[in-house]
Write a protein that binds this ligand. Sequence first.
Ligand SMILES: Nc1ncnc2c1ncn2[C@@H]1O[C@H](COP(=O)(O)OP(=O)(O)OP(=O)(O)O)[C@@H](O)[C@H]1O
Length: 309
Amino acid sequence: MPSPALVIEDLTVAYSGRTVVDHLSLVAEAGGITAVLGPNGAGKTTTIECAEGLRRPDSGTITVLGDAAGSDRARSRVGVMLQDGGLPMARRVREVLALAAAMHASPLPVADLLARLGLDVVATTPVRRLSGGQRQRLALAVAVIGRPELVFLDEPSAGLDPHARQDVWELVRELRSDGVGIVLTTHLIEEADALADQVHVLVDGRLVESGTPADLIARHAGSDSQRLRLARPLSEGEAIELRTAVTAVGHDVTLDADGADLLVRGPATPALTLAIAEWCDRSDVLLRSLQVGDGTLEHAYLTITAAPR
Ligand SMILES: Nc1ncnc2c1ncn2[C@@H]1O[C@H](COP(=O)(O)OP(=O)(O)OP(=O)(O)O)[C@@H](O)[C@H]1O
């Protein structure tokens, strides 16, 4: 078995005395797609920046392709998707990619990459005139042009339209079939489900769950929870009323309300479904969907991140 692409051991990072990554250990296999998930502020970007060698940890060790993170050898074999700030705004798209290609011994052909990511139509456009999604795709192109062995992608399809997202997913899958390891962060659970071989979930700087998407679904999206999606977020008063309505009909039923997405934990029964529907009718709230033990990664993710710690 090849050695892992990334090994993080006991990583701790604090900002002004506040610990944001807390004794974190995780492994990303070579040639696979590893997704790092977690709520806003969980420490994902901080962790990835340490692995990229862009941020110095307070303690812990990170090994990238067998070398210390941030070492010249590790950097030369890794591709990093820079956010907007990293792109030269005055340069034209093709020029940016040509410059990036010139820094590598055996780069991918610039024209091919432009076409694959739908950037050929803006090849002569200055970066500052690109849309958010086009900049995102250019940043991805810069990350992969040097044929890296491991690529770090921070929210690779954030802000992309559905077609552009499919193009990015296709490129990521092609990289994997070429044996490239990919570590990505995302808030799109659908993206992790579509791409990831392994998923790690961070909450408050700690690793709280790891496994394949199927493992996580089996462990956390059983029939003992139901997910509701409402047409609008509930007020605090409405959330209390709905909580009262569902707990009145079931033993051990609890409700987590976060915006318009709600998680009802407890045995699914027809009485519970009726209580939810009746409450929606009384309160004039449209129920967009109700999934019972739906077996999706999103359901598992919501259960994992809602659990009290
Ligand atoms: N340079 C910094 N100085 C101080 N605090 C920081 C700095 N960078 C990040 N933080 C804090 O560290 C915590 C973790 O941030 P980080 O960006 O790693 O989280 P994240 O999981 O990537 O979040 P998001 O999903 O919102 O991008 C947050 O509370 C953030 O406010």
